[in-house]
Design a protein around this ligand. Structure first.
Ligand code: NAP
Length: 290
């Protein structure tokens, strides 16, 4: 078997740490970096090396992945002092898995390739559980040859990889998917809230949903926890609001009216304003159900 390439991972949040952990378990030599170093400790305990800078990770690894919060963080990791760009030389490979808008990912791609580096965007669909189990859906775009080279790593992280074309297509697909997810979460929240106020049992509502055509894994997974008030974060609400906001921006750009996305954005904004940004996105139920 071919020697495994050395892999860098930037961003040890919920998703990055789960993905880096799987790569360690699969036998890749992994080096990690995070803005706050303490979040690297679990990976270090698993056998990963820890770097002091993103630049050093890129310089020392065959391929570097990143997964941070949003466009601001993705730009900071790439363009910041001792960031990814500082470590890019001809042929260096960088795969950004953060959920961002297409302007951001195009800016990053152009900067990396202008220095001779190679780039793929690969945002993911699927939350903490799928990330831990290697069951993510990966939405790749950019240099197809690089996607093929890193596919063995992506196969450790996901159950299916789509190659969607030029840089920007991954971001667009991810925003469309998360917009639909966010609208559905607000719909479930309103259904549970109005049903219970009208005297129905929340668990009966979930059971009836489960038996019909609108059954979905998300409702099955999140519904019971919502009724229990368990909002431990798998997908932080602040990131869901960011995704719906970016989807609304995409609608503006292409001239698509999206009243439901706009309403979902407002519901998530209200939940953030109520201090629920770091809870799971299903915590929108707590603010809808007042
Ligand atoms: P998270 O747990 O909140 O982690 C965010 C990460 O971004 C942390 O490593 C954080 O570093 C880093 N970060 C934030 N601002 C930064 C900055 N200015 N400079 C450098 N690093 C910065 O988020 P997550 O749930 O892992 O999500 C990561 C990405 O995946 C997001 O784009 C999200 O939309 C997407 N995503 C998440 C899920 C999910 O279910 N969780 C699913 C699909 C996609 P610190 O530790 O130093 O703050």
């Amino acid at each position: 078997m071919d020697k495994k390439p050395s892999v860098g991972y930037l961003g040890m949040g919920i998703m990055g740490s789960a993905m880096a952990g799987r790569l360690v378990d699969a036998g890749y030599p992994v080096t990690v970096w995070n803005r706050s170093r303490d979040k690297c400790a679990p990976l270090e305990a698993k056998g990963a090396k820890v770097s002091e800078t993103a630049q050093e990770v890129v310089e020392t690894c065959d391929v570097t992945f990143a997964c941070t919060s949003d466009p601001t963080s993705a730009r900071a990791v790439v363009f910041g002092e001792k960031g990814v760009l500082a470590g890019i030389t001809k042929g260096k490979r960088f795969v950004d898995m953060s959920t961002v808008d297409e302007e951001c990912v195009k800016e990053i791609a152009e900067a990396i390739t202008a220095k001779g580096g190679r780039f793929v965007e690969a945002p993911v669909s699927g939350s903490k559980g799928p990330a831990l189990q290697g069951q993510l859906v990966i939405l790749a775009a950019g240099e197809e040859a690089l996607q093929k080279e890193v596919q063995p790593c992506l196969d450790v992280l996901g159950k299916r990889t789509f190659f969607l074309g030029e840089v920007g297509c991954g971001a667009r697909m991810k925003l469309v998917i998360n917009m639909v997810m966010g609208i559905n979460m607000v719909a479930l929240s309103e259904g549970l809230a109005v049903g219970q106020k009208a005297g129905l049992q929340g668990k009966d509502i979930l059971e009836v949903i489960k038996e019909g055509a609108i059954a979905s894994p998300m409702y099955g997974l999140k519904g019971p926890k919502m009724l229990d008030g368990d909002f431990a974060p798998n997908f932080p609400l602040k990131h869901q609001q960011k995704d719906v906001r970016l989807a609304v921006d995409l609608g503006d750009k292409v001239g698509q009216s999206m009243p439901l996305a706009a309403a979902a954005n407002e519901a998530f904004k209200a939940a953030r304003a109520a201090g629920k940004g770091d809870e799971d996105f299903s915590a929108v139920y707590a603010t809808v159900n007042r």
